[in-house]
Design a protein around this ligand. Structure first.
Ligand SMILES: Cc1ncc(COP(=O)(O)O)c(C=O)c1O
Length: 407
């Protein structure tokens, strides 16, 4: 049993003051007295909770840490910039330097606008698309943000006017019929198609489907948007567009850019991006220099090091270890590893359902007990070396016999 006294005390205090928590997944999946509630320190692949318990981290701050926590080079870049100030009253040179690096790494990037969260970039993309086309309807696939245009079509849509929700329409990844139905129904009224090109459940991008959308959007003069907030600078070739050769009109990047510092970028084709001067998208902190200096450092590291290939290899090592344990524990009919090597997802096998067990909750409780932090999704960083992965697999040997008992 791990000691969680401080965590339990802090949980009570926090909940009295911060309703719902600052980030949904951080409170939603750790809603149990037997899991840690808050962290106080992080370094490389490890994090420490308030009771000083150590965990190998596979959440990586919602996937926003790619180089590993508390990276020396990024810290140095931030400290150097700090000597000259944080937020300026006029634009700064870093905005240009980071834009040039993004242009270099992302095939469709001709122009760039900065924001703070993935949400800023996806929402700005939708507004720009509506302005550019003069159309209102949005076809989407994936999780995109907390904004009305997206949340209106989820189960947590209270507070969103129906007039807005009715303009957004969800389609199914890889399912041409589901998007064709929407193309037909909303015909000349569609502003954009926005898609997470590598959803958590998929092992690789569906190039055929993404190409199909590209062709259809071109034909119908619809703005084609990639939401690469998670996969950007994490998946092979630095982006799904780089990997598949599919070229969206606009794309949102964020979590992969600055190793945990808050920044996002909407990039895209000049003819559309230049229309930003005709709409309103403005943030006080969009040019904040500590995040930009972190981004410059991270993007420069990508010049010389194929980080996504390393992540893919280490993810595969973990995947093989987990599959081995699923097999040895005779759980092949109950559990399955989904997702790409850069974002592994363990859940009930598609043919198995067990309504009595809340699997993510049981999983989280069990892995935390053994010093691993995740809620079924495993993200990999540059610090998840062979030693860390093998140590994790060793811990999973015990975890799987516990999980087996629960199942
Ligand atoms: C695919 C995708 N797009 C957009 C977002 C929104 O990013 P943020 O939470 O930084 O606003 C997320 C967040 O998890 C995401 O997974």
């Amino acid at each position: 049993m791990i000691k969680l006294n401080q965590s339990r005390k802090f949980r009570k205090y926090y909940n009295k003051l911060i309703p719902g928590g600052s980030t949904f997944s951080k409170v939603e999946y750790f809603n149990d007295q037997n899991v840690p509630f808050a962290l106080s320190k992080c370094k490389d692949a490890k994090v420490y909770d308030l009771d000083k318990n150590e965990y190998i981290d596979y959440i990586l701050a919602n996937g926003s840490v790619v180089l590993g926590h508390n990276n020396k080079l990024v810290n140095k870049a931030i400290l150097n910039q700090l000597k000259n100030g944080i937020s300026f009253s006029l634009p700064n040179k870093l905005e240009i330097e980071v834009s040039e690096l993004l242009k270099k790494h992302i095939p469709s990037a001709e122009m760039v606008r900065f924001g703070k969260n993935g949400n800023d970039a996806t929402t700005a993309a939708v507004r720009l698309a509506r302005h550019f086309t003069g159309k209102k309807n949005v076809l989407f696939c994936g999780y995109h943000s907390w904004q009305d245009w997206y949340v209106g079509k989820t189960s947590k849509n209270s507070g969103v006017p129906g007039e807005i929700s009715k303009l957004s329409h969800r389609f199914i990844y890889g399912d041409k019929k589901s998007i064709d139905k929407l193309f037909k129904k909303f015909a000349n009224k569609i502003a954009c198609v926005i898609i997470d090109p590598l959803p958590a459940i998929e092992s690789k991008p569906n190039k055929n489907f993404l190409k199909y959308l590209e062709k259809k959007c071109k034909e119908k003069k619809i703005v084609y948007i990639f939401d690469e907030v998670v996969c950007g600078f994490r998946y092979l070739d630095k982006s799904v567009q780089g990997n598949t050769g599919v070229k969206p009109d606009l794309s949102a990047f964020s979590k992969g850019i600055a190793n945990g510092m808050p920044i996002s970028a909407l990039v895209g084709k000049k003819n559309i991006m230049k229309k930003f001067s005709e709409i309103f998208y403005s943030l006080t902190f969009a040019g904040e220099t500590l995040s930009l200096s972190a981004a410059r450092e991270v993007l420069k590291i990508h010049n010389n090091l194929d980080i996504p290939s390393y992540i893919d290899r280490q993810g595969l090592r973990l995947r093989n270890g987990l599959n081995d344990l699923i097999f040895k524990n005779r759980l092949e009919n109950k559990l399955k590893i989904y997702g790409s090597n850069s974002r592994l997802l363990i859940k009930f096998h598609e043919d198995y359902s067990n309504n009595k067990i809340n699997f993510p909750q049981e999983w989280t409780k069990t892995v935390c007990k053994f010093g691993i932090l995740n809620f079924g999704v495993s993200m990999i960083s540059l610090k998840h070396n062979n030693e860390i992965i093998d140590k994790t697999i060793n811990k999973y040997k015990y975890i799987f016999s516990d999980i087996n008992k629960i199942l």
